[in-house]
Write a protein that binds this ligand. Structure first.
Ligand code: KG4
Ligand code: ZN
Length: 388
């Protein structure tokens, strides 16, 4: 069964054709990162407009790459939530239009569920390996989600724990901004961390013991405080080495101007360039990343052991992070539980994962695609939670 899938939930316009849930016949992703970069984050209205501009060429290129016409497509799948309302509307309306025009079944897919199914995709050019084995635990780490889910079978999800505040990707993005690395933060922090000493700053880790929940706001504040230390006037100049003293003094004039106004130093509102040159950016990035990896990896593998998981998976944009993969891999190996992850390209938003999730969703219903009625009632669900 060939499913043509669409994904427009955030800032990637993507279409793909996936055969039997695993084989990618075509995958086209038009990223808007360059456009949003200058604003330091995704601007929803711009994202929607860009989706409108990109979706038709992306769709045409997808069919051309697969060498298929509409006759070779069995169903249309589209992400209908969670995500940005205006962005989701583009994909859902295009999905309805093509399904109507070509009389194909239409399947709405949850964005988080699709991230999980990136693990079922066969990496292009590789032989099909065994699909993940149930029961399994999956760590979802994206810009909006950080959750550990127990999956007993296709479509059977149980929430084991989730973040109480920021999502892991959000923490990466905010820290990146504070240390002057720009948007999107995750890949920038990962790159900077390669040159850094992760033991230099032992940032607080909120472990929320006895639960599989997470909290990243304390860690984020600890990073902010560290950056502020570098901004504030030195308490005792004698305690600084020559070079550090010089750097600190350079900052004093700027910092005291802010302090005089009586306002609190708020680094997020400052120009990144003013901060970056004097900070040990690589060491902060490496120390922050190490803290995130430790909590995520420890809890995930602990959950896998407790629930006798046969497999450990990760999904979502932050799953592209090599330090995170390494941290989980080491612990999973020790526990003797297989661990796998999608190619980085399929960790961040893409339509191939939507095509995979839709296939298994169709299989769950026990009906061949042709018997599934066109779902004209399909609407966007910007706040749709896969599990509560
Ligand atoms: O899944 P995704 O593409 O979009 C959402 O559904 O949110 O995830 C985007 C998030 C961003 O916060 C981005 O900074 C983070 O994933 N991210 C990373 C890496 N690549 C993307 N975080 C850490 N390391 C990376 N290599
Ligand atoms: Zn996503």
């Amino acid at each position: 069964m060939n499913i043509l899938a669409l994904e427009t939930s955030c800032d990637e316009t993507s279409a793909a054709i996936v055969k039997n849930g695993r084989e990618i016949l075509a995958s086209v992703i038009a990223s808007q990162i360059d456009i949003h970069q200058k604003y330091g984050g995704v601007v929803p209205e711009i994202a929607s407009r860009q989706h409108i501009l990109y979706i038709t060429p992306v769709l045409n290129e997808t069919l051309a790459t697969a060498g298929l016409t509409w006759a070779g497509i069995d169903a249309v799948a589209v992400t209908n939530g969670p995500g940005l309302a205006g962005a989701l509307l583009v994909g859902v309306n295009v999905g309805k239009a093509i399904a109507f025009a070509h009389q194909k079944p239409l399947v709405g897919v949850n964005h988080i569920e699709s991230h999980i199914y990136a693990n079922w995709l066969i990496p292009p050019g590789e032989e099909a390996g065994k699909p993940p084995a149930f029961p399994l635990v999956c760590l979802i780490v994206s810009g909006g989600h950080t959750e550990i889910i127990l999956i007993e079978n296709h479509g059977s999800y149980h929430l084991l724990g989730k973040t109480q505040d920021d999502a892991a990707g959000e923490a990466f993005d905010k820290v990146a901004r504070v240390i002057g690395l720009g948007y999107p933060g995750g890949p920038m922090v990962e790159k900077a961390a390669l040159e850094g000493n992760s033991a230099r700053f032992p940032f607080t880790k909120s472990k929320l013991k006895g639960t599989y929940d997470f909290s990243f706001s304390g860690l984020k504040t600890a990073v902010l405080r560290k950056v502020q230390e570098y901004q504030a006037p030195p308490p005792k100049p004698a305690s600084f080495s020559g070079l550090e003293q010089e750097k600190a003094l350079k900052l004093t004039a700027k910092s005291s101007a802010v302090l005089k106004t009586g306002n609190q130093l708020n680094l997020q509102e400052k120009e990144p360039e003013k901060v970056v040159s004097t900070l040990p950016v690589a060491d902060i990035a490496a120390s922050f990343q190490a803290s995130v990896v430790e909590v995520l990896a420890e809890k995930l593998v602990q959950a896998a052991i407790e629930y006798s998981a046969q497999h450990i998976l990760i999904a979502g944009g932050v799953a592209a992070n090599k330090a995170l993969r390494g941290g989980i891999e080491a612990r999973a190996k020790k526990a003797g539980i297989p661990f796998s992850f999608p190619l980085p390209l399929f960790c961040t938003d893409n339509a191939a994962m939507v095509g995979s999730a839709a296939f298994f969703k169709l299989m769950e219903t026990g009906l061949p695609a042709a018997e599934i009625a066109l779902d004209w009632g399909l609407d966007i669900r910007p706040g749709w939670e896969l599990v509560r």
